[in-house]
Design a protein around this ligand. Structure first.
Ligand code: HPA
Ligand code: ZN
Length: 320
């Protein structure tokens, strides 16, 4: 309890959070009812029972299915507002939030609807909760680069209206078989347009994807990156260039990236001087928000107070 309040009171930034992954099972049911969407589960409990994942893809299948209840501006607002209140309670002072536009536009939801709902909640969070925030427009890597370009083009007319929030682009979804090079052109275009860049790499994919995300996508932060350890030269570079890694311990556990948190390499990477941060990824699915993630590694890896302060400080330094 004392440890928990110590960590809660550290000013923290959440840098790896998929807003669609904050949709709690009870909210999925509430929105399904509100929007007259039929769900293939009898009740909240049976949906939650399905949250037993063996790898990234087994999670993504449920995550995209859950996101299908989001239809109106109010839905996107309510989801985001619920997250911000939860984050504030954990001592988050800054959040850079990923969203997957293609998950919604492919179902016929207008990109305007998505932006409007997310933005109104983020602006309310800045006013009422004192949480500064921005959006990371994330491309789905299982789709083509042409589709990523088309989504970007659809959204660019809104950029002026959301210039205070839409600062960056990202890359998520199924990593294996979808290497960074597939999105080299669209990331180059985004850089030209002045967007900051992040990419998931080295979660399930090899260390070479981390290197390629840096070299081919000009990524400024790596989401996950835990498999970097397989390449000592890359580890040296991450340390020297202080490339932030947005690590998500409970996600890694639930998606079987690690078998046991005691085996997690977060502490080793921290002790090698890498800019490691702790984040929650998809908290509604992985069983914990950011404070739960800090607590889990603090206990499993016996982190010192100094190391916990360092993790929080790293997250603040790694903000865009
Ligand atoms: N990895 C890749 N794609 C994702 C994730 C993740 O951890 N969460 C939501 N989309
Ligand atoms: Zn993620």
């Amino acid at each position: 309890q004392e440890l928990r309040s110590f960590i809660r009171d550290l000013p923290k930034a959440e840098l790896h959070l998929h807003i669609e992954g904050t949709l709690e099972a009870d909210m999925i049911f509430a929105l399904a009812e509100r929007n007259k969407v039929q769900l293939p589960y009898a009740d909240i409990e049976s949906l939650k029972k399905a949250y037993q994942f063996t790898d990234l893809q087994s999670f993504l299948d449920l995550y995209y299915a859950g996101a299908a209840v989001l239809q109106t501006e109010r839905d996107f607002h309510d989801m985001t507002w619920a997250y911000l209140q939860r984050a504030a309670a954990d001592g988050v002072v800054h959040a850079e939030i990923m969203f997957d536009p293609q998950t919604h536009t492919s179902r016929g939801v207008a990109i305007e609807t998505v932006f409007a709902g997310l933005a109104s909640a983020l602006r309310q969070g800045q006013q009422e909760l004192g949480i500064s925030s921005s959006l990371i427009f994330s491309f789905l890597r299982h789709l083509s680069e042409a589709e990523a370009f088309a989504t970007l083009e659809q959204a660019l007319p809104l950029r002026g209206q959301y210039a205070d929030l839409w600062l960056s682009v990202g890359l998520d979804s199924s990593e294996k078989g979808n290497p960074p090079e597939k999105f080299q052109k669209v990331f180059a275009r985004c850089k030209e347009l002045g967007f900051r860049r992040v990419a998931h790499a080295g979660e399930e994919g090899p260390a070479s994807y981390v290197r390629d995300a840096l070299d081919l996508l000009q990524a400024e932060r790596i989401d996950h990156g835990v498999r970097s350890e397989e390449d000592p030269a890359l580890m040296l570079r991450l340390q020297q260039e202080q490339v932030p890694l947005t690590v998500c311990p409970l996600s890694n556990l639930k998606l079987c990236v690690v078998t046991d948190l005691k085996q997690h390499n977060l502490k080793r990477m921290l002790e090698q001087g890498l800019c490691v941060t702790v984040n929650s990824d998809d908290p509604a699915y992985f069983g914990g928000y950011i404070l739960d993630n800090y607590m889990a590694v603090a206990q499993a890896l016996d982190l010192s107070r100094e190391q916990l302060v360092q993790l929080a400080q790293n997250s603040m330094n790694a903000r865009f």
